[in-house]
Design a protein around this ligand. Sequence first.
Ligand SMILES: [Zn+2]
Ligand SMILES: [Zn+2]
Length: 191
Amino acid sequence: MPQLPDLTGFASALQFVVACIGAYLFALWIAMIVWTWRDARARSRDIFTQGLSLALVVIFNLPGLLLYMILRPRETLAEKYERELAGEAMLQDIEERQVCPVCHHKIARDFLVCPNCHTKLHKKCDHCERVLNLKWNVCPYCGETQGTPVVGRTVTTPPPPPARLPRREAPTLPSPETPKPLPPSAQPAEG
Ligand SMILES: [Zn+2]
Ligand SMILES: [Zn+2]
């Protein structure tokens, strides 16, 4: 009777290897799920998106992870926040770097007049003397209403309309130096 090779040892070794591979794959799967969950939470606040990303990896494993990596938001929330902050800072920098509207000379934001062309840029509050925009008619710092208008500050009273005088009798003031009594012959003849 031919002796069959003893396979029990080989079978158990194979079983052990399969079990190891299985455990490794399971660990990998769990790790992929955990990584995806963290990544999805870092990239989106939407619970639906997070759940969908997780489901993709739970159901489809590695292909699901590849799909998720293709479809996930490009930047994390922290990166987005940082980018927005940088953009805001840049915008503020531009706003602060003011120039004169007339001669485009560089000015500070609290200049009252342009040092180059003397254009009036800001005004002072009547009450607290802080620098205000020319258009503001109330001080935002102390609440004082600004009484003096900026444009046409010089009060110009219009000339009074000429008094209507009767045509026939012009009021001629008699000057003492040249009394010129008209001779009776110079008067126009009536009739
Ligand atoms: Zn100027
Ligand atoms: Zn004020």
